[in-house]
Design a protein around this ligand. Structure first.
Ligand code: TXA
Ligand code: MG
Length: 315
């Protein structure tokens, strides 16, 4: 159900959930200071309560409402990458609702750059907890129609068009003067290293949940990942019912349904989830995926594709 910005503000203030656009993916938002509202996010997504949420804020000035400290390193990163597809995990203020941080002593914060989201944050005056607006472990949505397909027509959606970054934000944890990459995204690790003036460390256990659940971002159709176009093409000979997701040129014979992503990583990211949604809808026996090059500029896409193709070990 598409709604206006004014309706979105009203519903959010009343403690309801609203699907909102951001530049990365659509989020399922609720007032982050209202535990009952946040509980509705988990219920709607069918997401386990031990997986914490990102709080979206209007500007870096609001960090102190949520985080107990903003170390100089965190300040530098915020100044460099906000507004944008970048999330900082910082020590949380005690009052931050436990449902938002899933009991962690930290809170994840992001200032999005999407103009509609920014207006919503400004007009509501709220911090908005928002995970991606899909059922747990399903593909992330990059259009309002994707949201409705996953969560149902009754979910109020603020339509802001197709998301331009296309994959979820880069997540960085900052403790004092150390940082750690928790989730790769289109803000590259090398860009963070440049601003931080030092490489990331591993100073915390893989945080309990960070959506780094391996079965994340999965289409319903099984996916298989191939290191080369040739290996994919060889396999396709024995699998005429397969669909294929390629990177770069679209030369592939014998497969009816295939989509080629741009050879440019930023454009390929923008296209990725829509392509997977489309191929998933074809109901092929399997989606054959060509791995992008193993270079830093493709790291975030490779991460998402590896997760899409993850198969739990046989019991
Ligand atoms: O681009 C994005 O980040 C999108 C849009 C809507 O902003 N949101 C998103 O949310 O991807 P979600 O819930 O699908 O992923 C949030 C990730 C999860 O992996 C979660 O575990 C991690 O952020 N996270 C949240 N709070 C955390 C915390 N305190 N410590 C470590 N990881 C945290
Ligand atoms: Mg998600």
């Amino acid at each position: 159900m598409r709604i206006s910005l004014a309706e979105a503000v009203r519903l959010l203030k009343q403690g309801e959930v609203v699907a909102i656009p951001t530049e990365t993916v659509y989020g399922l938002a609720a007032d982050a200071s209202n535990a009952a509202a946040v509980a509705k996010i988990y219920a709607t997504k069918e997401r386990p309560a031990n997986n914490p949420l990102i709080v979206h804020i209007g500007d870096a000035g609001q960090v102190s409402d949520w985080a107990s400290e903003l170390a100089p390193l965190a300040q530098k990163l915020a100044a460099a990458f906000w507004p944008g597809p970048f999330t900082l995990v910082l020590p949380a203020r005690e009052e931050v609702c436990l449902a938002v941080r899933a009991g962690e002593p930290t809170v994840a914060l992001r200032v999005p750059s999407h103009p509609v989201t920014r207006q919503l944050l400004r007009e509501s005056g709220l911090g908005l907890a928002a995970p991606s607006a899909n059922k747990y472990t399903q593909l992330s949505p990059t259009t309002a129609a994707h949201v409705e397909a996953s969560l149902g027509d009754h979910i109020p959606v603020l339509d802001g068009g197709a998301c331009q970054v296309g994959i979820e934000s880069t997540i960085v944890s900052v403790m004092g003067d150390e940082w750690q990459l928790l989730r790769p995204g289109m803000i590259a690790e090398s860009a963070i290293t440049l601003v931080a003036e030092k490489p990331g460390q591993i100073f915390r256990e893989t945080p309990k949940a960070p959506g780094q659940h391996l079965l994340h971002y999965s289409p319903r159709t099984p996916c298989l990942l191939f290191d080369s176009r040739q290996a994919l093409a060889d396999y396709a000979l024995s699998q005429p019912q397969a669909a294929a997701l390629l990177v770069g040129n679209s030369n592939l014979t014998g497969i009816k349904n295939s989509i080629a992503l741009s050879p440019e990583p930023a454009l390929a990211a923008e296209q990725l989830y829509a392509a997977l949604h489309t191929l998933d809808a074809v109901q092929a026996a399997v989606i054959l995926i060509e791995s992008p090059p193993d270079t830093p500029d493709w790291a975030a896409l490779r991460d998402r594709l590896q997760r899409a193709a993850y198969q739990p070990p046989a019991q």
